[in-house]
Design a protein around this ligand. Structure first.
Ligand SMILES: Cc1cc2nc3c(=O)[nH]c(=O)nc-3n(C[C@H](O)[C@H](O)[C@H](O)COP(=O)(O)OP(=O)(O)OC[C@H]3O[C@@H](n4cnc5c(N)ncnc54)[C@H](O)[C@@H]3O)c2cc1C
Length: 446
């Protein structure tokens, strides 16, 4: 029996996509930088079908690329040539919130927006937010250990995983979904699968840990003369803000591009070199706390938004960066992390290292030292840009991937951020769980 027939026998004919036109959206990533053709796209509707699909692929020696919402930014969610794309978007089961444990069971294909909706209806919050919330899935978020704008308060997605269910390359199941806070019987296999980017197993469901919902919010946009001042501001106010919920930064280059893209005018009369967006959230209005922290830190200029419309308007300036950059061209997109006090020297070094005609846009999650470096202009396939930025990151004591993952985009540079012994251990784990190298080959480990 051919591979396609074997897949059809498992999931039914309609859920195996072979026509080039129908496969096309699954074969190119969100950035349009990464693409390849798939042998087929298969869309299982249950964990049992995932088991049978992986067994069929193993029997045929077919490599598999797991895919959720396909919003990943490092090329790990699309085929490189001839793999089967395993789309998990039909796994949309979403349980009722368990109010005693503050947890909920979500299928891998549940979108972040749907999960947030379920949490909010129960008076709670998902504890994670990213601009791709309407498409990004629970499985993809966990597979990437995504971060986002609330990580400064709640940690990355890893902190939200109370347990998960996953299928390994040979079709065996790892199921740890009791949600017990204390369960240290043996190795933490779910912990190993978080951030494994589809290379060690296919996540089919997640037991998600929710957080308290804070409805009273205050948001401030602070214009500053430099990124060094941004880092100083954070250090001055952070200890005074127990309600700190997000702390983001962008620069005037990025703001100009966003305003062009949105056809909007600047909300700040005084344009500045850098901007910090600080949001506080609590059960009671956190505006007084924020104002007191700003006074102590000597902040004179700040645009405060304490109603929903004003907050959405300011957040749009930050959240529209990714789409505005994408609309302007195919960028070199490097999600990196540096110690917060290295942010300004790192940014200066990046500007200096880029070709003079390049448009360099830096923005990101200041509270996490997480910088999204975007370079427009140089050929997207010119690795020299990526190499230069990633070497600078390593030189500043940072990481080449903060929250987007390694994918295929950075697999060749893992050695800049991980020691040889650590990479050898990663290879040993990969060989033990996926000896045929069938799960997402080429991602994470080149
Ligand atoms: C506008 C925009 C804003 C973004 N903002 C952020 C942000 O603030 N923070 C952040 O961290 N990321 C951000 N991202 C990146 C992206 O949304 C996240 O990486 C997200 O976690 C990807 O989820 P997904 O379902 O789209 O996964 P996909 O893109 O489909 O896949 C991503 C990776 O996970 C693997 N994978 C997917 N599903 C599974 C599964 N069920 N089992 C095993 N492996 C799987 C894939 O093989 C691939 O390697 C943003 C992206 C966009 C487009």
């Amino acid at each position: 029996m051919s591979l396609v027939d074997a897949l059809r026998a498992v999931v039914g004919e309609r859920q195996v996509l072979v026509d080039a036109d129908v496969r096309a959206p699954f074969e190119v990533d969100w950035t349009r930088r990464f693409r390849g053709s798939a042998a087929a796209v298969v869309r299982p509707g249950s964990a049992d079908e995932v088991v049978a699909v992986l067994r069929a692929c193993a029997e045929h020696g077919a490599a598999v690329v797991p895919q959720g919402g396909n919003t990943g930014l490092v090329g790990g969610s699309v085929p490189r040539g001839g793999e089967v794309v395993l789309s998990l978007t039909r796994l949309t089961g979403l349980g009722q919130v368990d109010r005693a444990s503050l947890q909920v069971d979500a299928g891998a294909g549940v979108t972040l927006a749907a999960l947030q909706g379920r949490a909010r209806a129960a008076g709670l919050d998902a504890g994670v937010d990213i601009a791709a919330r309407d498409s990004a899935t629970v499985g993809g978020l966990v597979a990437c250990d995504a971060g986002g704008v609330r990580a400064v308060r709640h940690g990355t997605v890893r902190a939200r995983v109370a347990g998960l269910e996953a299928v390994l390359a040979d079709g065996s199941i790892v199921r740890r979904t009791s949600g017990l806070l204390k369960d240290n019987a043996g190795y933490d296999l779910p912990g190993l699968l978080v951030g494994s980017e589809g290379t060690l197993g296919v996540i089919t469901a997640v037991r998600w840990r929710l957080v308290a919902r804070h409805d009273a919010r205050a948001l401030a946009l602070v214009p500053l003369a430099s990124l060094a001042e941004a880092a100083e501001l954070l250090a001055a106010v952070r200890p005074l803000l127990p309600s700190l919920d997000a702390c983001e930064f962008f620069t005037d280059e990025g703001l100009s591009l966003v305003l062009e893209h949105l056809r909007a005018s600047a909300p700040v009369e005084l344009r500045a070199a850098a901007y910090v967006l600080i949001e506080c959230a609590a059960a009671a209005d956190p505006l007084e706390e924020l104002a007191a922290a700003f006074e102590a830190a000597g902040v004179e200029d700040a645009l405060i938004a304490d109603d929903t419309t004003g907050r959405e308007r300011l957040w749009r300036l930050r959240e529209a960066h990714t789409e505005a950059i994408s609309a302007a061209g195919i960028p070199h997109k490097l999600d990196v992390g540096v110690p917060i006090d290295r942010l300004a020297p790192f940014a200066a070094a990046v500007h200096e290292a880029m070709p003079p005609d390049a448009r360099v846009i830096l923005f990101g999650h200041l509270g996490d030292g997480n910088v999204h470096v975007n370079v427009l202009g140089p050929d997207p396939d010119d690795d020299a840009v990526d190499e230069a930025v990633l070497r600078l990151v390593a030189g500043h004591g940072g990481t080449i991937s903060a929250e987007h993952g390694i994918g295929v985009a950075k697999a060749g540079w893992l050695h800049l951020t991980r020691e040889p012994g650590e990479i050898a251990a990663m290879r040993a784990i990969k060989a033990a769980l996926d000896p045929g190298g069938l799960l997402n080959p080429g991602a994470v480990l080149a």
